[in-house]
Design a protein. Structure first.
Length: 226
C-alpha cells in the first residue's frame, strides 16, 4: 500500500506513551487557525512511499522505543489516507508494536473507522469548546469529532483528549473544566492533555507567503490550574 508522508521523527516523547516513532502524513482538509504544519495541507505534497518501507524504518528503532513506546501516525490529517494507515498499523500489530493515531476526528467514514481495528491508542484533538468556534477556527462542525469520540468509546479504544490552550480563544477555565468533564464521563478516555500554544510555526507561514491567523496572539504562559 502506497501513501504520502510529510516527515518522520524517530524519537519523540510528546506523541503518546513512552518513546514514539512518529510519521507525519501529507494532506489535511482542515485549516486550523493554530496549525503548526501548514506545509502538510497539500495532499499531493510530501514524498510517496509504501507501508513496507516504513515498517522497516520503525523496526530499526524498536530497541529505542521498546515495549513502552511505539508508532504514532499524525499529520496533516492521517485519516485522509485511511487505507494506508490501516495497512501500516496492521503490519505493526503483527510485530507487537503499539500503534497510536493522532487525529482531529473530522473524518468519520466507514473506511476511516476501519483504522480503529488496528489502533491501540487515539490522540483525539478536541480543538475548540463550541460548534461556532470549530466552524470559525477549524473549518468543520464539532459534530464530527464528537461522533468520532463516541465511536472510540463504543470500541473501547484508549483515548487521550487533547486541546491547545490559546490565549483569548480556548483558555476559558469553564470551557477547560467542561473538557475534563467530557473525559470523566467517557469510559475510553484515559487522559486529558492541555498543550500550550506556541508560534514556532511562524517561519513556515512566512516561507509559504500566507498569514498565520493566530500570529498576533501571545504564546501561552503557564497552563491554567483547574
Amino acid at each position: 500500500m502506497r501513501g504520502r508522508i510529510h516527515s518522520i521523527q524517530s524519537f519523540s516523547t510528546l506523541d503518546g506513551p513512552g518513546i514514539r516513532f512518529v510519521i507525519f502524513l501529507q494532506g489535511c482538509p482542515l485549516r486550523c487557525a493554530c496549525c503548526h504544519n501548514p506545509d502538510t495541507w497539500d495532499p499531493a505534497g510530501g514524498t510517496e512511499t509504501d507501508d513496507g518501507a516504513l515498517l522497516e524504518r520503525v523496526l530499526r528503532c524498536r530497541d529505542y522505543f521498546g515495549a513502552e513506546g511505539g508508532l504514532t501516525v499524525s499529520g496533516g490529517e492521517p485519516l485522509l489516507q485511511s487505507a494506508f494507515v490501516r495497512a501500516l498499523f496492521q503490519r505493526c500489530r503483527a510485530e507487537g508494536i503499539h500503534t497510536a493515531l493522532d487525529t482531529s476526528g473530522c473524518i468519520v467514514t466507514d473506511e476511516a473507522l476501519s483504522v480503529l481495528d488496528a489502533t491501540d491508542l487515539c490522540l483525539l484533538d478536541h480543538k475548540m469548546p463550541t460548534d461556532a468556534l470549530y466552524r470559525r477556527h477549524v473549518g468543520c462542525p464539532i459534530a464530527g469529532p464528537e461522533r468520532f469520540l463516541r465511536e472510540l468509546d463504543a470500541r473501547g479504544i484508549d483515548t487521550w483528549l487533547r486541546r491547545v490552550v490559546i490565549p483569548t480563544v480556548t483558555d476559558d477555565p469553564d470551557d477547560l473544566r467542561a473538557l475534563y468533564a467530557l473525559g470523566e464521563r467517557t469510559r475510553c478516555v484515559r487522559k486529558v492533555e492541555l498543550l500550550p500554544f506556541r508560534k514556532l510555526c511562524q517561519a513556515k507561514y512566512d516561507a509559504m507567503g500566507i498569514p498565520f491567523p493566530f500570529g498576533g496572539l501571545p504564546e501561552c504562559g503557564a497552563l491554567p490550574k483547574l
